[in-house]
Design a protein around this ligand. Structure first.
Ligand code: IDP
Length: 149
């Protein structure tokens, strides 16, 4: 089983989409192993988005992600990273496939509602930025045999 880092961004929280978004992942069968709300400190945001440092949208991106609380979570499941990315849709909500979270709820690339790790390596890195090991839970669910063959 794989773990991925997901985050409802400030616009998703402000617009009241936290429940809808978590619900989609829960219904899919992904298991929540970590969940919290936080206001991201600027330095943490700069670390998280380090690969975009120097790009024109870096400043506005850090402003956006630190502007209001986010809901951070770690989800676990088979191919969790790619499954969650598929469910999120493309970075630009206007180009995202119909039915995806970004296509359903978003209009603008700078207000695209949700973040999700793009590889298992990024997931490990991002989980390490946002969660202490003791904040992640290890438990089994009775329903597992009805989700996986
Ligand atoms: P991703 O979130 O789909 O993985 P990335 O390319 O890693 O996309 O970009 C990280 C975040 O930076 C995006 O989710 C979006 O919020 C923001 N971003 C990316 N490209 C642009 C842009 O051209 N203008 C404004 N914001 C952007």
């Amino acid at each position: 089983m794989e773990r991925t880092y997901l985050m409802v961004k400030p616009d998703g929280v402000q617009r009241g989409l936290v429940g809808e978004i978590i619900s989609r992942f829960e219904k899919k069968g992904l298991k929540i192993v970590g969940l919290k709300m936080l206001r991201i400190p600027r330095e943490m945001a700069e670390t998280h988005y380090g690969e975009h440092k120097g790009k024109p949208f870096f400043g506005p991106l850090v402003d956006y992600i630190t502007s209001s609380p986010v809901v951070a979570m770690v989800l676990e499941g088979k191919d969790a990273v790619s499954v969650a990315r598929e469910m999120m849709g493309a970075t630009n909500p206007l180009k995202a496939a119909p039915g995806t979270i970004r296509a359903t709820y978003g209009m603008d690339i700078g207000r695209n509602i949700i973040h999700g790790s793009d590889s298992p390596e990024s997931a490990r890195r991002e989980i390490g930025i946002f969660f202490r090991p003791e904040e992640l839970t290890d438990y089994s669910r009775a329903v597992e045999g009805w989700i996986y063959e």
